[in-house]
Design a protein around this ligand. Sequence first.
Ligand SMILES: Cc1cc2nc3c(=O)[nH]c(=O)nc-3n(C[C@H](O)[C@H](O)[C@H](O)COP(=O)(O)O)c2cc1C
Length: 158
Amino acid sequence: MKTAVVYRSHHGTTEKVAGMIQQALGAGNCALFNLKTNTNIDLGAYDRVIIGGSIHAGNVQNKVKEFCNKNQDVLLEKPLGLFLSCMDEQQAQDQFNRAYPEVLRSHAKSCKITGGEFNFDRMNFFEKLIVRKVSGVEGSVSKIDGEKVQELLSEMAD
Ligand SMILES: Cc1cc2nc3c(=O)[nH]c(=O)nc-3n(C[C@H](O)[C@H](O)[C@H](O)COP(=O)(O)O)c2cc1C
């Protein structure tokens, strides 16, 4: 079974989670597509699709939204997984619900909030300022939720 993992990542977290999924499934069975550089993805070659994005200032990347809208019909014909990187645990579910259209969330075999990171090495001056002010965090922190990634994999396998 061939899986396409389609993602967008600003500072590397969602890319790491996509890599964890690929490692678990095996590189021969799982292709990664970064929406930063590749938006015309032929999903016809894949049996199932997993989509991942991350939240910045309350919203998922436009490229994730555009990909979901443009490919909605074909996504509804395949087993689908959705995941999201974010750091605000209180807002996480609302952010998830706004990130992915209802029709895809109801169709998906698995929907997971997979935690997040603050990666200060990859933030610009203003991003560091915002993160310090909003979260009070002063340095890099990683809270990727490996259990949720495992749950995503097992729910996709069912
Ligand atoms: C400038 C900035 C704004 C952010 N805003 C939010 C937010 O509104 N809600 C949230 O839950 N997480 C927020 N985050 C945390 C990101 O979702 C987290 O860093 C995530 O791991 C980023 O994933 P990525 O590196 O794949 O883009 C923000 C992070 C940055 C740097």
